[in-house]
Design a protein around this ligand. Structure first.
Ligand code: UDP
Length: 334
């Protein structure tokens, strides 16, 4: 059997493909390359350049490969952009997921893992958030993810052969420890990526958005998870579904929070570069604190994080950034 990875040429998807191949899985990647890079797909995976809403392309893939599981990453991920262009997010993330789920049902795919987000919770308050916290997305991005979770829930309710795991990511960062993959996008808005660019001289410093939040140092607190641990969480979820586990939603974070200032100081310490940091007003929509209660993923899937250390995450992000050089989006040095 094969595993179909949508968005497998992107940041998290490319790490997933590496994890699956290491586990001896047969991997099929579909990616429209709108933000991904074909070079990020290892040669052992079968690659199809196609959109997940391209019914003919999907039908051909399902006719060629015996796919028992789909891991669905393809989608748009920039929260601020989703506020400016909500219909793009509902189209790319929600409507196209609907097409893919239909194809999955038609092809009798049994296991579906969906790339969801802590954004479904909105601003959950100052305690670690559990899966049963109320949904309160504050952006079309978060809503587009929640709508897809609800489609999966409703479809699974009436299709006993179809089960899903919606994995709600907290702040994903870092790069493959063997430097085979990393974050290559040109326009990341994510803190550790931006700090790594500042530390490698690709940008002229960094702004801290807001220092008057209700947190110990006034800057926002987030739960940063290493991308390789996140890929492993998906693999554990896949094993869980294949063993017959019921459909679930699970947080993917470590349960420990770091403030923006702590992250910036750690990037400076690990890189040895004292890049320029300026204080800026709050960014619209930022919650003071978003930290996972990740008990459920550990217990239900037997997921055991191995890289849950901020310094390790930063070291890998920096090393990848150096290899990427100035050819952002281009192939890094080997
Ligand atoms: N942040 C910042 N400067 C930047 C990028 C991010 O101060 O250049 C802050 C941002 O306001 C938030 C935290 O870093 O409080 C994490 O932001 P990121 O975009 O990485 O992830 P988010 O939690 O918004 O998904």
């Amino acid at each position: 059997m094969s595993v179909l990875v949508t968005g497998g040429a992107g940041y998290i998807g490319s790490h997933m493909v590496l994890t699956l191949l290491e586990q001896g899985e047969d991997v099929v990647v579909v990616d429209n390359l709108s933000t991904g890079n074909e070079w990020a797909v290892p040669g052992q995976a079968r690659f199809y350049k196609a959109d997940i809403a391209d019914a003919d392309a999907l039908d051909a893939i399902f006719a060629t490969h015996a796919i028992d599981a789909i891991i669905h990453f393809a989608g748009l991920i920039i929260v601020s952009e989703s506020v400016e262009a909500p219909l793009d997010y509902y189209s790319e993330n929600t409507c196209k997921s609907r097409v893919l789920i239909q194809r999955a049902l038609d092809a009798k795919v049994e296991s579906f893992i969906f790339s969801s987000s802590a954004a479904v919770y909105g601003a959950p308050g100052l305690e670690p958030v559990t899966e049963s916290a109320p949904f309160a997305p504050e952006s079309p991005y978060g809503t587009s993810k929640l709508m897809t979770e609800w489609m999966l829930r409703d479809v699974a309710a009436v299709n006993p052969g179809f089960r899903y795991a919606a994995l709600r990511y907290f702040n994903v960062a870092g790069a493959d420890p063997k430097m085979r993959a990393g974050q290559s996008s040109r326009q990341s808005t994510h803190l550790i990526k931006i700090a790594a660019e500042a530390a490698t001289g690709k940008r002229d410093g960094l702004q801290i958005f807001g220092d008057d939040f209700d947190t110990p140092d006034g800057t926002c607190v987030r739960d940063y998870i290493h991308v390789t641990d996140l890929a492993n969480a998906h693999y554990c979820a896949l094993a869980y579904l294949r063993a017959g586990g019921p459909s679930v939603a699970a947080n993917c974070g470590y349960g420990s929070g770091y403030s923006v200032r702590q992250v910036v100081d750690a990037v400076k310490a690990v890189s040895g570069v004292d890049f320029r940091v300026t204080q800026a007003p709050r960014r619209a929509g930022d919650a003071a604190m978003i930290v996972a209660d990740s008990t459920f993923a550990r217990e239900a899937f037997g997921w055991m994080p191995e890289l849950d250390d901020l310094e390790t995450i930063i070291r890998h992000a920096l090393e990848w950034e150096r290899r990427l050089g100035n050819r952002t989006g281009g192939q890094p040095d080997g």
